[in-house]
Design a protein around this ligand. Sequence first.
Ligand code: NAD
Length: 384
Amino acid sequence: MDKIRYGIIGIGKMGSLHCMRFKGKLIKGGALTAVCDISPERREWAEKNFPKVKFFEDYKEMMESGLVDAVLIATPHYLHPEMAKAALSRGLHTLIEKPAGVFTSAIRELNEFAKEKKDLVFGIMYNQRTNKLYRYAKMLVDSGRLGEMKRINWIITDWYRPQAYYDQGGWRGTWVGEGGGALINQCPHQLDLFQWLGGMPSKIIGYAKVGVKRDINVENDVTAYFEYPNGASGVFITSTHDFPGTNRLEIDGDKGKLVIENNKLTFTELAVSETEFNATNKKFMPKIPVKKKHVVRISKLGQLAQLVFGQHTEIIRNFTAAIQDGNPMIAPGEDGINGLTVSNAIHLSSWLNEPVTLPIDEKRFEEELAKRIEEEKELNKKKV
Ligand SMILES: NC(=O)c1ccc[n+]([C@@H]2O[C@H](COP(=O)([O-])OP(=O)(O)OC[C@H]3O[C@@H](n4cnc5c(N)ncnc54)[C@H](O)[C@@H]3O)[C@@H](O)[C@H]2O)c1
């Protein structure tokens, strides 16, 4: 098949990097033919760096130009669902940036819409799914080698963001601009991986603290407790004000335990499952024999390859191959609702100060979010 002609909507920080991936000829089977942004400054950038690529100010015009077969949407999150629907309804393959959106009802609608468009490929930029260590973890979970999950814990606090980050203005770190703070901006990849590896929880208790050590009115310090249908439990901790931060994922299974930290995965595989061991053991404080300790690292070369070719490149290549050859997708667009559900549930639980069971009350979430947007507007009026 000929090259897939791409149009990128939103050529800010992320969208412009995607443009460079095409310029660097990293996307085999794809070519950049159009870009779109509402910012005059971004237009100037595009005209200087991509003189042969058609620039559009209006995304619908770009979609109807006949110049593109696929779009990559890299605008602020609220816009992802409506732009994705507009693209799919015009017969275009659609790849959205993370998070899928801000509230799940919009994504549910988008997913239903996308499901009807059987000839079109719909994907999401969950680039961390290409990380070798998370892939290995996924293999351990899916193959049954880890055994039934008992516990999943992730401390991800290495997102240090000083006041200057929040003071740059724009849509980031606001309810109106992006629907929250650390959960919706920094953590969508981890919340996706949390559910990709651990499955969807049935109950969540969340504490999303607002403005800890920062003058902001969105959350920057989160602790959430999860319960799973099989009785397993989990904890997810994140913050943007800890330094130095931690990034440690642990999953305990009946047949072993995996830990990912400092670019290294360690899987301690038990010789017998804990259930089997416990059924026959007579000692009071025994140790279960270990079959093998497996260690997987990302080498310096691997890290370099990630820098040069990058996880994002792999997702765009995979999306292109799915269009051309029907290759299986690493991150189908429909998956976007899962991590967002977890994010919305943590917020809702924290706002209501009570446990939340899944599926969440979407209407209640939207009402509570709308309240915070109104409060934020009032606060900003007072500040002026
Ligand atoms: N996958 C990742 O690793 C990753 C990393 C960073 C950002 N992101 C995601 O990418 C998205 C964009 O983030 P960013 O950091 O590039 O933001 P940004 O503000 O730098 O860029 C967004 C661009 O969208 C443009 N835009 C806004 N409304 C538009 C409209 N109606 N039509 C066309 N263009 C419009 C803006 O002018 C801006 O240039 C966010 O959803 C973010 O979460 C993903």
